[in-house]
Ligand binder design. Structure first.
Ligand code: FAD
Length: 363
């Protein structure tokens, strides 16, 4: 058994947003924590990289909307500690057909939960956002609390905070083997570690680590094209014009959601993406077969032409990213059924970036 000084309270595998938040909360609770990341940081091979993410209270389920109160507080706290802006409130505009059931459910949830929002008819939308065109029957709901999170800056702030709180962040160390038990032993490409508990937040690689532990989760990894579209007049869809994030629900011709964020992260370009992609093994993300048969860019091009007429309808920039989804798009946060000091957090791409705090308090 390792000497007490080498026994960590928790070992966390994976320095995406979930692993970073987990290690941060553990360190804040004065736990001896080590965070292991297979790639050198920062990296762009998982799900958490890039400049921006949407944060919102507008969900169909009451429990997500309720959880977001704590999330906003945690983001504000981190922002305060880091002394840098990580969040910008822009509002989130939901777009859909008036009778769209998801739109109606979200609207009802927002009302029930007392979240400030506004239902906008086509006419009101036209006045408020003249550079958004709606098809007949489409309406909007504005969740005023929605906004942008600065993803890469958040990861950096968390990793700095973990170190500042006495935790270890070890990058370029791939975990190769887990020996469950007490203590749990983890072998990486660079060392062997022992911990009282283990948290696996390995995103698309989760099942690679779980299979030898006797379980496999129903996770689907998708390659997503993050598309940026050039503004005909730079800044016209930007935050300076008070343009919000948006989420299109079931809009023709898109069977899946389409979402966008105000321009700004790349000058003159607006991010508009399709909430679906091709099934892919995370190691094969950039093989041509991984993105040959998906119609996402064509679907987005038609959406941009019809709804955002002040953007050029072909993307100026494409960046790959990975989603990890469960069949019902709700994330998994649980203990291993046989080893209760092993906690697993996975499948977060369908739902909000809930900063993990409860899990770490329970460890
Ligand atoms: C294009 C795109 C847009 C999105 N937009 C939004 C949005 O607007 N709002 C929102 O809330 N969410 C959004 N998401 C979802 C959100 O980004 C993800 O839910 C989140 O990043 C998942 O983080 P994670 O830590 O679970 O996984 P990851 O970020 O994939 O992190 C897992 C980490 O584990 C490491 N790892 C894996 N195996 C090992 C190993 N054996 N040893 C060591 N390290 C290992 C990986 O290298 C990786 O760094 C979006 C995602 C994408 C891709």
């Amino acid at each position: 058994m390792a000497a007490q000084k080498d026994l960590y309270d928790a070992i966390v595998i994976g320095a995406g947003i979930q692993g970073c938040f987990t290690a941060y909360h553990l360190a804040k609770h004065r736990k001896r924590v080590i965070l292991l990341e297979q790639f050198f940081l920062p990296h762009s091979r998982g799900s958490s990289h890039g400049q921006s993410r949407i944060i919102r209270r507008a969900y169909p389920e009451d429990f997500y909307t309720q959880m977001m109160d704590e999330c906003y507080q945690i983001w504000a706290q981190l922002e305060h500690e880091a002394g840098t802006q990580l969040h910008r409130q822009t509002g989130l505009l939901l777009l859909g057909m008036k009778e769209n059931s998801e739109l109606k459910t979200i609207q009802a949830t927002l009302s029930r939960q007392g979240v400030e929002h506004q239902c906008l008819s086509a006419e009101e939308l036209k006045q408020r956002f003249p550079n958004v065109l709606l098809a007949r029957g489409e309406v909007g709901v504005l969740d005023k609390s929605g906004g942008v999170l600065y993803a890469d800056k958040a990861l950096r702030a968390l990793q700095d905070a973990i170190r500042h709180l006495g935790g270890l962040v070890c990058d370029g160390e791939k975990v190769m083997e887990i020996k469950p038990g007490f203590p749990v032993t983890v072998k990486s490409t660079a060392g062997i570690y022992q911990g009282k508990s283990l948290v696996i937040t390995a995103g698309p690689w989760t099942n690679q680590l779980l299979r030898p532990l006797g379980i496999e989760l129903p996770l689907q990894t998708l390659r997503i094209n993050v598309c940026y579209w050039r503004e005909k007049v730079p800044g016209s869809y930007g935050v300076s014009q008070a343009f919000p994030c948006f989420l299109g629900l079931g809009l023709s011709p898109a069977p899946h959601h389409i979402y966008g964020l105000p321009s700004g992260e790349y000058p003159g370009l607006m991010k508009v993406c399709y909430h679906h992609g091709n099934n892919v093994d995370p190691e094969e993300r950039d093989c041509p077969e991984a993105f040959s048969d998906i119609q996402d860019v064509q679907i987005l091009g038609r959406f941009v032409r019809d709804h955002l007429p002040d953007l050029e309808p072909t993307p100026a920039l494409l960046e790959p990213c990975l989603y990890t989804n469960t069949p019902d798009e709700h994330f998994i946060l649980d203990r291993h059924p046989k080893y209760d000091n092993v906690v697993i957090g996975a499948g977060f791409s369908g739902q909000p970036d809930i900063p993990q705090s409860q899990s770490s308090e329970d460890l």
